[in-house]
Design a protein around this ligand. Structure first.
Ligand SMILES: [Zn+2]
Length: 416
């Protein structure tokens, strides 16, 4: 069998491994990048040559914090209004939509199960490389406990079978068992709720959730399974417990201060900011039926978001990139990069959403940069995202989306 060869010629290449873009060509054979040639001369290949003048070639984008199963904006209500079958199909469709937006790998931060990963792997649906967290673990009354104060059903009874479902576990033994249960069902890593959140009905945003003993139980169960824990946390107090327990990434982290940032940097931890979801909840949440009581919680964290990135960058924390968008707001997924660029600069924001996210997810041997030997996960943008990173939030400006060497989108109009 002969492998197909494609040459992207005369592009501006930003490989995300060296900071400067260069003019050059990239050759793809089968599912791999086989040559990267700086300079204006086109390598002589027998394959298809796509002229890329005016376009920038980048590694496929990676989103470290998505909720594919959040098919409606009001995640507390969707399982009361949709059948499981509707949630499943809409979740699958949302994964294809992410690939359409140039995201060739995503980590689901809670909700999607391993079935969606299998659907993509067997080719039943088009989608990015997918790492799932299964059900996030939450303490009673924590960010994953969707019961209102007036409800008294057992959380396992009232939880949806599919969609934005959580596992309530208290005490190290229950947390260990819950983590092992998620691994049994195919989770790639474990998500824990280590502090209060916006979309949960009864917790204070500033609350610290889970003790050191409980978080340590999750971390040791994950380490035994060869993987790690990601933690939802906003405040320095919540982050501090996560650092002590050995958590790998802090999700959101909006209220990060210098002390917590130094602890994270010393421990080699990652921060996954998710600025775009707060902006869109603030702008559009009311229109999408999200209760005012939830939106009122946004106040303190929306202001602090950009500043937390500056603090993290100054302290040397590894900064990744996530969107965390819910329901119809997920169309704004790529806008996270432009928002982060306001604090980090465009190149660093793109590196966060490619190379650094690949390292966080443990897939950096396969993807995240444009280098010979890596899988051919590539996008091309009409224009220069290094001067205008907002381009990455405009999917219609994408000219190429290639995933694992397969052309998913080609708007270049080039013919063989
Ligand atoms: Zn989230």
């Amino acid at each position: 069998m002969t492998m197909s060869i494609t040459t992207f010629a005369d592009a501006i290449v930003f490989d995300a491994s060296s900071s400067d873009p260069f003019e050059g060509s990239v050759v793809v054979e089968g599912d791999r990048i086989t040559d990267v040639v700086p300079g204006p001369s086109t390598p002589s290949t027998l394959g298809r040559v796509i002229r890329m003048r005016g376009m920038t070639l980048l590694p496929g984008l990676i989103d470290a914090h998505v909720h594919a199963a959040a098919v409606e904006a009001d995640i507390q209500q969707q399982h009361h209004t949709l059948f499981d079958s509707e949630v499943a199909v809409l979740t699958a469709r949302s994964l294809t939509d992410m690939l359409d937006r140039g995201f060739t790998a995503v980590r689901d931060a809670g909700g999607a199960d391993a079935g969606f990963r299998r659907l993509i792997e067997r080719g039943a649906i088009a989608g990015p490389r997918l790492l799932v967290s299964g059900r996030p673990l939450s303490q009673t009354g924590g960010h994953g406990d969707s019961r209102r104060a007036t409800e008294h059903l057992d959380p396992a009874v009232s939880a949806p079978a599919i969609g934005m479902t959580h596992c309530i576990a208290d005490g190290p033994d229950e947390v260990r068992r819950a983590a092992r249960e998620e691994f049994r069902k195919g989770a790639d890593q474990i998500k824990v709720m280590a502090g209060g959140g916006v979309m949960s009905p009864t917790d204070r945003l500033e609350s610290v959730q889970y003790s050191l003993e409980e978080l340590s139980a999750a971390v040791s169960a994950a380490a035994a399974a060869g993987t790690y824990v990601l933690a939802h946390a906003y405040t320095p107090d919540a982050i501090e417990v996560c650092v002590a327990a050995g958590v790998r990434s802090i999700e959101h982290g909006n209220l990060l201060d210098e002390r917590a940032a130094k602890l994270m940097a010393d421990a080699g931890m990652y921060l996954v900011p998710t600025l775009v979801t707060y902006e869109k909840l603030y702008e559009l949440g009311t229109g999408f039926g999200i209760p005012a009581a939830n939106l009122d919680k946004l106040g303190s964290i929306i202001e602090a978001g950009l500043n937390s990135l500056r603090i993290a960058q100054a302290a040397g924390v590894r900064i990744g990139s996530g969107s965390d968008l819910l329901g119809p707001m997920r169309i704004f997924q790529g806008q996270e990069i432009g928002l982060q660029a306001q604090a980090l600069g465009a190149a660093a924001a793109i590196v966060a959403a490619t190379k650094t996210n690949a390292e966080l997810l443990g897939i950096d041997a396969e993807t995240g940069t444009i280098e010979v030997g890596k899988h051919a996960d590539l996008i091309a943008v009409d224009g220069d995202p290094l001067t205008d990173p907002g381009l990455l939030g405009q999917p219609e400006r994408l000219q190429i989306v290639m995933h694992d060497g397969r052309m998913h989108i080609d708007r270049t109009g080039s013919v063989d």
